[in-house]
Design a binder for this molecule. Structure first.
Ligand SMILES: C[S@@+](CC[C@H](N)C(=O)[O-])C[C@H]1O[C@@H](n2cnc3c(N)ncnc32)[C@H](O)[C@@H]1O
Length: 193
């Protein structure tokens, strides 16, 4: 018997499917957005099983220069959330951003998990389709229906990765004040004491 973890989609097939949805500007029907808690906010969950390598979602948004991305980051109100993805173009290495702030699609709601963590079940790949760079999520391993989709943001010093924040999350004795302080730390840039 072949185990689920051995099931794999060939890269060319996954790429073809990604191409299809990217050109249609549509999300594939296989995920849903759900509220997790007041600290993390929303997240994206698999509605079906995904084979390793399978196309999941595009990180849709407005393609802008890095400088414009930095300006927007400074000027956007914190209530809008944080959806600007900085990257180097797969062609030519130009520094760019995709601003997903006003996207109606699901990609912007996918949360972060460190690459070495089992929770990290997707990889964000930079592709070049129809003369433009695109950011696409593929399954890093077999994903069971109901699992949250997460990928490694690849950014250093993410506040929620600091041990104190994680400890508070995990500690069932955390009270509303703790959660509020963590939330302020993540969203408001305050420091935890
Ligand atoms: C691209 S958004 C992801 C969707 C977001 N959770 C939401 O509700 O809109 C990135 C933001 O999600 C939150 N986030 C992502 N991964 C997280 C994690 N592992 N733990 C806590 N918050 C996380 C942070 O506030 C981060 O700025």
């Amino acid at each position: 018997m072949i185990s689920e973890s051995c099931l794999k989609v060939p890269a060319a097939e996954a790429r073809k499917e990604a191409d299809h949805y990217i050109k249609l500007k549509l999300d594939k029907d296989g995920c849903e957005v759900k509220h997790i808690n007041d600290v993390i906010g929303k997240g994206v969950f698999a509605k079906k099983d995904y084979k390793k390598g399978e196309f999941i979602l595009e990180y849709d948004g407005e393609l802008i220069s890095r400088r414009e991305g930095e300006n927007r980051e400074k000027n956007y109100s914190s209530a809008l959330g944080s959806y600007i993805f900085f990257f180097k173009s797969p062609q030519g290495g130009k520094k760019l951003c995709i601003d997903g702030t006003f996207s109606k699609r699901m990609g912007r709601f996918v949360n972060d998990a460190p690459r070495h963590d089992h929770q990290c079940n997707a990889d964000m790949e930079k592709l070049f389709i129809d003369y433009r760079p695109v950011l696409v999520l593929f399954a890093r391993r077999f994903i069971k229906a109901g699992e949250e989709i997460r990928y490694d943001y690849g950014v250093k010093n993410l506040p929620w990765r600091c041990k104190k924040v994680l400890d508070m999350h995990m500690n069932s004795s955390s009270n509303a004040n703790d959660i509020h302080r963590v939330s302020q730390f993540i969203y408001g840039g305050n420091s935890l004491s």
